[in-house]
Design a protein around this ligand. Structure first.
Ligand SMILES: NC(=O)c1ccc[n+]([C@@H]2O[C@H](COP(=O)([O-])OP(=O)(O)OC[C@H]3O[C@@H](n4cnc5c(N)ncnc54)[C@H](O)[C@@H]3O)[C@@H](O)[C@H]2O)c1
Length: 254
């Protein structure tokens, strides 16, 4: 028996499942017998993730750009046609843009951050919860992937920080609006963790100095972030609602 066997047979939609946290999460949930609906804008790496799952026959994949509302709606519909309901949606897809001070940040930086990191989460909340309210029995769990940049300032990534603050605002609003209908909504706020999002970016060169500046003198492993994602989205975590949970090795403690 595993402590995550609460996910067995749960129908779980994950956006941005082709890499990083989403990929690790999909693998862990598949090993627990979850029924997965995996979306990502990148079809080829998504197909590779599908092939590495413990239970590939219990998963469907779809190319899905979360910035396009109809594609997120279609992903939720795919969960219903394949498995009949949505128990959990993880709005995880996200991207970063080149680091710039605010006075150098472009309208394009703002637009892409808002389109993917904020609106993408909004679309997942909207269509995920619509389905959760319509199904029988109604209810479900939403986990949004925000960031420490969603609860504090983030020098040189201001556009990302603005969009991640929006994710926290959406999380708290959705939690309040649907609490009485059996839907819980929380957000995880990770500090930097070496996934391709950061290691492939300019920030990747600063990992060592970032780590030295933390209380634990190291960055969190992606596996450690996914462990908290599992806690937050667990059906056993039944009274936590509307929270933006920092996973930062103590960075925000002072
Ligand atoms: N790694 C970190 O340090 C860190 C810290 C805080 C928050 N986050 C957040 O965690 C989430 C996952 O990021 P990760 O670190 O695993 O990065 P990652 O780059 O490894 O994975 C992100 C995935 O999202 C997908 N994606 C990007 N744009 C998309 C779109 N428009 N539609 C659908 N899919 C899209 C990518 O193809 C990729 O597969 C993101 O929301 C990110 O902002 C990451």
């Amino acid at each position: 028996m595993s402590r995550w066997d609460v996910f067995q047979d749960k129908v779980i939609v994950i956006t941005g499942a082709a890499s990083g946290f989403g990929r690790i999460l999909a693998n862990k949930l598949s090993a627990e017998g979850a029924k997965l609906v995996l979306g990502d804008i990148n079809a080829e790496p998504l197909a590779r993730v599908a092939a590495e799952l413990a239970l590939p026959d219990n998963a469907v994949t779809a190319t899905c750009d979360v910035a396009v509302e109809l594609e997120v709606k279609a992903l939720v519909e795919q969960a219903c046609s394949a498995f009949g309901r949505v128990d959990i949606i993880v709005n995880n897809a996200g991207l970063g843009t080149s680091p710039r001070l605010l006075i150098d940040t472009t309208e394009e930086d703002m637009d892409i951050n808002y389109a993917v990191n904020a609106k993408g989460v909004f679309f997942g909340i909207k269509h995920g919860i619509r389905q959760m309210l319509a199904q029988s029995p109604p209810g479900g769990i939403v986990l949004n992937v925000a960031s420490m940049a969603g609860i504090g300032g983030a020098p040189t990534i201001g556009a990302y920080a603005a969009a991640k603050h929006a994710v926290v605002g959406l999380t708290k609003t959705a939690a309040y609006e649907y609490a009485a209908k059996g839907v819980r909504v929380n957000a995880i706020c990770p500090f930097f963790s070496p996934t391709p999002l950061v290691t492939d970016a300019e920030l990747g060169q600063k990992m060592d100095s970032l780590a030295r500046g933390t209380p634990m003198k190291r960055l969190g492993d992606p596996e450690e972030m996914v462990e908290v994602m599992l806690m937050l989205m667990s059906p056993a975590n039944s009274y936590m609602n509307g929270q933006a949970v920092a996973v930062d090795g103590g960075m925000s403690a002072i």
